[in-house]
Write a protein that binds this ligand. Structure first.
Ligand code: FAD
Length: 525
């Protein structure tokens, strides 16, 4: 069969595209493999796998594989790894990365969602809960959405411990990064809660690994940015699921009190009365005055009061602690007392406690509601030049002054700024993921949307200015969901882990075919 020609990339409207063309085509023998019938080369299929949620980078693969089972992926990877002209192969979950991490220019994108559709003959079939042993767990296909995992485990009254804010991303997609959220201060990131993984290495070998079995592969893959293997299944520990949640937001007008209270909350022992979830947000005054008039959490009058509070503060910035306290029938009578005792210890602005009482599912799936609102006004499918940084606790005030009240002060009103602390001792340094070196560090997520012409360029410049500011001031930030244009950038990112990362890459993906969209190692295409 003739070599497949390059599929031209269709530039998307309203998207600043760094177009990386595929080239070279695939070896023609690939179309004689057993999986050939599951390879799609039509323009629609390749175009759908050419960009991501970020809408900043775009590149067409030569083909898209729709695997019916993990062995299909292994066959393709084995073929590429043993070919005289290896080609890149990249897993794609929901494609919710922001910088082309799931793209495979000149190679094959594996649409992992096909496993959920076809894996066991019914959608979502690859989620199995085990309650028989010493501790319950769930075996979830890497392609499964966290929302499906939640649905399946709740049928048994159980739930994973740590959640990302958004549940419509895949298990493997978040485990390849870390998977952080408001429960991570207590339980660590999602990767710290994995018991076992099924992995297909860059040689096409199918391996089940854990802390005790092939531990170097297990630790490499967790936070491994897709560099060492495909995660086809993850075993995740479970706990009893609560039924309901008291969900609060507490407003602060100064960063010192805000961070002191956040740090108090994350330092509590698990036996003490506390929130089960602690996050935080930063609101610039413009966001309040020019942004939406109401949100799924705040009414119009709440926003009016908050805007007044912001206008009274010198910087025009206000901060929110977001806390959630779980409860069920047996603890319903004591939850208010427990909440009261926690609130008593905090110093938020008087009268600025906002509370909701929601089901556990409503709480965990809260961003879905925001997604619906944004979709309805055409603001979901827009470019997202996001920047996420782990900022050391010792420098958070300088970061706040230089970035939040400096570089970003005039920022685009569309989007969210997250800011909350985590405990370093909940991270396992054997994993590939990179955190800050300090005992407590903050995630600051500048999650902005580009909605007007010129926004992408402006926000990208702002991101560069933020990184330059941190460099100049010697604030040792680490990027989360990292993206670097240079080899040196990656080396600096991994720091002391770099030599281990290169050795593991040579061991598990010696031809450098996996996840080229991360741009860490040179890829064959
Ligand atoms: P994709 O974008 O499809 O893939 C990303 C990368 O993951 C790939 O390059 C590959 O390296 C790897 N990958 C994907 N599948 C596999 C696999 N099967 N095996 C090996 N590697 C694989 N992150 C958080 O931690 N916390 C949050 O609260 C959070 N909130 C978010 C909210 C929104 C609205 C969005 C869009 C993203 C959010 N993220 C959050 C980031 C998200 O976790 C990552 O972007 C994640 O990679 C998305 O998963 P995905 O399935 O879309 O992955």
């Amino acid at each position: 069969m003739a070599r497949r020609c390059l599929i031209a990339f269709m530039a998307m409207a309203s998207c600043l595209s760094v177009v990386v063309s595929g080239h070279g085509g695939l070896p023609e023998e690939v179309f004689a493999l057993g999986v050939a019938s599951k390879l799609r080369v039509d323009r629609n299929s390749t175009a759908r796998a050419s960009s991501d949620f970020g809408r900043i980078v775009a590149a067409a693969p030569e083909a898209v594989l729709h695997p019916a089972m993990p062995a299909d992926i292994a066959e393709l990877v084995r073929f590429s790894a043993s070919s005289p002209s290896p080609f890149p192969v990249a897993p794609r979950g929901q494609g919710h990365s922001a910088r082309g991490q799931s793209l495979a220019p000149g190679g094959v994108v594996v649409d992992m969602r096909a496993l959920a559709a076809e894996g066991s003959g019914r959608r979502g079939g690859r989620v199995n809960v085990s309650v028989g042993g010493a501790a319950p767990y769930v075996d979830a296909g890497g392609e499964q959405l966290w929302a499906n995992v939640l649905r399946a485990t709740l049928k048994h009254g159980l739930s994973p411990r740590v959640w990302t804010d958004y549940l419509h991303i895949t298990v493997a997609g978040t485990l390849s990064n870390a998977g952080i959220g408001g429960q991570a201060f207590r339980h660590g990131p999602q990767i710290a809660n994995v018991l076992e993984l099924d992995v297909i290495t860059g040689m096409g070998e199918m391996v089940t690994c854990s802390r005790d079995k092939d531990p170097d592969l297990f630790f490499a893959v967790l936070g491994g940015l897709g560099q060492f293997g495909f995660i086809t299944q993850a075993r995740i520990g479970l706990e009893l699921a609560p039924k309901r949640v008291r969900w609060v937001r507490l407003a602060y007008s100064d960063v010192v009190t805000f961070t002191r209270d956040q740090e108090l909350l994350i330092s509590k022992r698990s036996s003490e009365a506390n929130f089960d979830y602690v996050e935080g947000q930063v609101q610039l005054n413009r966001t309040l005055t020019e942004g939406p008039k109401s949100t799924p959490f705040f009414s119009g009058s709440d926003i009016g009061r908050l805007a007044k509070l912001a206008s009274k503060s010198v910087s025009g910035v206000i901060y929110f602690i977001e806390g959630a306290m779980y409860y069920n029938e047996s603890t319903a009578t004591s939850v208010d007392q427990k909440l009261g005792s926690v609130l008593e210890q905090l110093s938020f602005e008087q009268g600025f406690m906002f509370a909701k009482d929601v089901s556990y599912v409503q709480f965990l799936d809260r961003v879905r509601e925001e997604e619906r609102v944004l979709r309805s006004i055409g603001m979901w499918d827009v470019p997202h030049p996001w920047l996420n940084l782990f900022v050391p606790q010792s420098r958070i005030f300088e970061f706040d002054a230089g970035v939040l009240k400096g570089i970003s002060a005039g920022a685009n009103p569309v989007g969210v700024i997250l800011m909350y602390p985590m405990n370093r001792n909940r991270w396992d340094d054997r994993m590939t993921s990179v955190a800050s070196n300090e005992d407590v560090f903050y995630i600051v997520g500048l999650l902005r949307s580009a909605v007007a012409p010129g926004d992408v360029e402006r926000l990208e410049k702002e991101n560069e200015a933020v990184l330059a500011f941190c460099d100049n001031e010697g604030i040792r930030c680490k990027q989360y969901l990292p993206h670097y244009a240079s080899h040196e950038g990656w080396q600096r990112h991994f720091g002391a882990k770099w030599s281990k990362v290169t050795k593991l890459k040579a061991k598990y993906d010696p031809h450098g075919i996996l996840s080229p969209g991360q741009r860490i190692f040179s890829s064959p295409a």
